[in-house]
Design a protein around this ligand. Structure first.
Ligand code: P71
Length: 479
């Protein structure tokens, strides 16, 4: 069947607009080896080896498949230290797709966040934003800034079906801007498809409102465009009056409302490594170029190889192709619909790049200080070799502040990588763990790193975890 956009849909799911030319072997390890691997990893999925993982839904970061066009472009990589042809091709792609005048490549997204924070944030200045992202907030705080959440209340309600949970609360933003002198605000940050809320988009109307407020108060508006294509697709599908605009038009319209953006290109630009700072202001660009030579490399490569710049330039263009974006967004929707049918509690509406399990409702008997999402992520690995990511108290708690926020497990879909069979398998594993959820005990943290603790923290179970998590289901899966 052909949808109005020209994309092919099969039983409601957008067909992949590609076929597979190169494959990477994967295998499900026997259950005793998965137990060993989980113990060695201290019940932290970040610490598992990928060879011990069957379906890897830890992240969509750097895990997308490159296209044949990207591989071909990589052959043209100009590895000159300065003045590389590959840089100018990247700059042309950014200008064409997003319209920003200045482009500074970085090794990945947090490299761009670092430059931006160093250039724009002075001690005591505020950065109002829709929720937060871990590395974004960390860099602002390291520069002495203060993060201020101005997301709408629905953003942290996993059961609210608000179509634009990534919106900023305009009244709250206005209060923050009005209460502070303009020089006390570093910039307002708007994240596309807010990761920590479950991949939830903002609307164009909301962004327009944010733009008006930042103009009126004379403060910069900076976009985290990491998942901008998906946000543009949700606007096209959900926002009244926007369905006739093309994806490239919507992407350009969003970027044009902002003063600049950071991108972790490892997601929607289909590259294993790379990030960007792209801005319009000459002074800000100059400040960032002075910093990039200290932290990343010469401004014409910013920590990347020439072939990386070529893959990125091509990936930026592919990220505007509606059938490509629609396919991977519909993979999340497919997995979500299987889980909803089986009564598994997930965040709705389904986000861009992942399905988020609501661990508070999945494991209501595990109190939040016993890490329900971490527990669930460990159980999914043990039951079926599925690797997911904790997005709850371990990653969200700020210092010793009390944390009662979202407690989610992210099943993240790498772009152009897994087939529908893989996703159907993941749904079966989640369903089996759900059937035995009452047996799962919580965890105790045994090692807590000082910064971004979720990456390397270690845990041990409070009761017989391995038996509870692996008993009948694992046998069924193995044999
Ligand atoms: C994701 C990641 C990668 C990650 C980072 C930190 C903890 C766990 C996983 C990275 C993002 C992102 C947004 C909205 C900036 C970065 C940093 N996301 N903004 O979701 O989602 O980019 O990883 O390239 O440095 O797994 P970077």
């Amino acid at each position: 069947m052909r949808a109005p956009t020209g994309a092919v849909t099969i039983r409601g799911v957008a067909a992949p607009p590609w076929k597979i030319k190169v494959v990477e072997p994967i295998a499900l390890r026997p259950e005793p080896l998965r137990r060993r691997a989980l113990l060695d990893a201290g019940f932290n999925t970040f610490l598992l080896r990928s060879e011990d993982v069957f379906v890897d839904l830890l992240t969509d970061s750097g895990t997308s498949a490159v296209s044949q066009e990207q591989r071909a472009a990589m052959e043209l990589g100009d590895e000159a230290y300065a003045g590389s042809r590959s840089f100018f091709r990247l700059e042309a792609a950014v200008r064409e797709v997003y319209g920003f005048r200045h482009v500074i490549p970085t090794h990945q997204g947090r490299g761009a966040e670092h430059l931006l924070a160093k250039a724009l944030v002075k001690p005591g200045q505020l950065v109002p934003s829709n929720l937060y992202f871990t590395t974004s907030r960390e860099h602002v705080e390291l520069a002495g800034g203060v993060w201020v959440d101005v997301s709408i209340a629905e953003a942290i309600d996993p059961e609210s079906t608000h179509p634009f949970k990534g919106n900023l609360d305009l009244a709250q933003l206005e209060r923050v801007l009005a209460a502070a002198a303009p020089e006390r605000i570093a910039y307002v940050r708007v994240e596309a498809c807010v990761n920590m809320a479950g991949g939830q988009p903002f609307s164009l109307a909301n962004l327009t409102g944010v733009r008006e407020l930042t103009r009126a108060h004379g403060v910069p508006l900076i976009l985290d465009g990491t998942r901008l294509s998906e946000n543009a697709l949700f606007i096209k599908d959900r926002e009244p009056g926007e369905s006739e605009r093309t994806l490239p038009e919507l992407i350009a319209a969003i970027a044009a409302l902002t003063d600049g953006a950071i991108f972790s290109s490892k997601k929607g630009h289909f590259v294993p490594i790379g990030g960007l700072l792209a801005v319009n202001d000459d002074g800000l660009a100059q400040a960032a170029r002075e910093l990039v030579v200290i932290y990343e490399g010469f401004p014409h490569y910013g920590g990347l190889a020439g072939h990386d710049l070529e893959a990125l330039a091509q990936g930026i263009r592919e990220a505007t192709a509606e059938p490509v974006v629609r396919h991977y967004v519909s993979q999340s929707a497919h997995l979500a619909s299987l889980l909803l049918e089986r009564g598994v509690p997930i965040v709705v509406p389904v986000g861009a790049h992942a399905v988020f399990l609501d661990a508070k409702r999945f494991l209501p008997h595990v109190p939040q200080d016993e890490f329900p999402a971490q527990t669930l992520a460990a159980a999914l690995y043990l039951a079926g070799g599925v690797r997911s990511m904790e997005r709850g108290i371990v990653s969200g708690q700020h210092g010793t502040d009390p944390y009662t926020g979202l407690e989610l497990v992210r099943l993240t879909i790498p772009r152009r990588v897994y087939t529908q069979e893989h996703l159907d398998y993941v749904a079966d594993v989640v369903t089996e763990v759900y059937a035995r959820r009452e047996l799962l005990p919580g965890l105790r943290m045994t090692y807590e790193p000082a910064h971004l603790r979720f990456f390397q923290a270690r845990f041990e179970p409070r009761a017989a975890f391995l038996e509870a998590a692996s008993a009948p289901a694992a046998t069924a899966i193995d044999g």
